[in-house]
Design a binder for this molecule. Structure first.
Ligand code: ATP
Ligand code: LTN
Length: 336
């Protein structure tokens, strides 16, 4: 019985790019949910290094961030004995299926991706082909493992829809090949905004460090960033249209404490923004402290992190082989 249940577990796949210090946006939009789903599902969590080179990286920094991103996954509570943790470039099947899916994705579809439009505006000097075809590689990541569910933040919704369209198209041409995945986007925390411009999403590659709170920021910095957060002039803590800054702080506070918006409004009734910002800062810093301590411990043990990478890469390669064979066979490639 136990065995059957294990086999029947649905598959989850998700990943974060090692393109900067992970923020509380990444944590609340994605990683926190990965942890809560890890017992119920068969989970595969990847450090998507191939994706991160769509934007120019400094090699030595990229190398360090790959370790750091994996260490954050584990420090946040993902148990490498229960979930598969690995680095994307360690399983060549991602690049292989990525190419096949490039050939089944239309120029027009990729042109409509808002992330491509945003990133090509931000990096006008390097609008490379990889930045354009990025969503097909992301579809490959997901479809390789016959994934059921993809837990991500709201900004990735369009990419998941494209992955579904590609899967349906491929299945339609060649017969059943891929499971068609669903996105899993949390109720609160799916779109954490920048502290310096609450109309934009918080992003780890923001050149202004006051816009984001990194998971590894020191307590003083966290409190300072929340104190400086852009709000409004009403001075009433309530969740309402047009109060993007306060709404964002309420969402962050809600995610870390489990309190509803109504409870937060009651807690800060008659108090000013100063008190509220201080409470948010203190809470976030206290909740991140144990993650930071575990992170520091893990980063001091590179050999352990490398052993997790190796073990994860073997499992990932083994699991994706079956899908690759099926895909190549359906395409008409010769198998010897
Ligand atoms: P970059 O700035 O390098 O593009 P990013 O901070 O947007 O990176 P990603 O690596 O693209 O982060 O995203 C990793 C995961 O975190 C995805 O599931 C994404 O949806 C989620 N995520 C990123 N930013 C936020 C945010 N501000 N709010 C909620 N979820 C987020
Ligand atoms: N594109 C995602 C990262 C990513 C991903 C994935 C997420 C790459 N491959 C597969 C979920 C599933 C982003 O957050 N920018």
């Amino acid at each position: 019985m136990e065995n059957n249940q294990t086999e029947a577990k649905k598959v989850i796949f998700s990943g974060v790019q090692p393109s900067g210090l992970l923020t509380i946006g990444n944590y609340l939009g994605a990683i926190k949910n990965w942890v809560s789903l890890a017992d119920e599902y068969d989970c595969i969590y990847c450090v998507v290094d191939l994706h991160s080179i769509t934007v120019r990286q400094v090699p030595a920094e990229l190398r360090r961030r790959i370790y750091e991103t994996l260490a954050v996954y584990i420090a946040a509570g993902i148990d490498p004995e229960k979930s598969t943790l690995f680095v994307q470039s360690h399983n060549p099947a991602h690049a292989e299926l990525g190419w096949v899916l490039d050939c089944h994705t239309q120029f027009g579809e990729l042109s409509r991706m808002t992330q491509f439009k945003d990133k090509s505006a931000k990096h006008a000097d390097n609008i490379n082909a990889g930045l354009f075809t990025y969503p097909a590689l992301m579809a490959a990541d997901i479809l390789l493992y016959q994934t059921d569910l993809v837990p991500v933040g709201l900004d990735q919704k369009q990419h998941i829809e494209l992955a579904r369209d590609i899967a349906v198209r491929f299945n339609g041409i060649y017969g059943d090949t891929f499971k068609v995945p669903e996105g899993f986007i949390p109720q609160t925390g799916a779109k954490i905004a920048s502290l310096s411009d609450p109309t934009r999403k918080m992003s780890k590659s923001d050149p202004n460090a006051n816009g984001y709170v990194a998971i590894l920021d020191k307590k003083d910095d966290i409190i300072r960033k929340f104190k400086r957060a852009v709000t409004d002039s009403e001075a009433v803590v309530r969740f309402a249209e047009g109060k993007d800054g306060i709404n964002n702080l309420m969402n962050i506070y809600s995610c870390f404490t489990g309190k509803t918006h109504a409870e937060i409004e009651a807690e800060f009734a008659g108090k000013g923004y100063g008190d509220f910002k201080m409470a948010v800062g203190e809470t976030v810093a206290d909740k991140l402290a144990p993650i930071q301590a575990e992170f520091n411990r893990l980063m001091a043990d590179k050999a352990y992190l490398e052993s997790i990478m190796k073990q994860g890469a073997e499992v990932a390669a083994y699991r994706s082989k079956k899908t690759m064979r099926k895909v190549y066979k359906k395409l008409g490639f010769v198998q010897v």
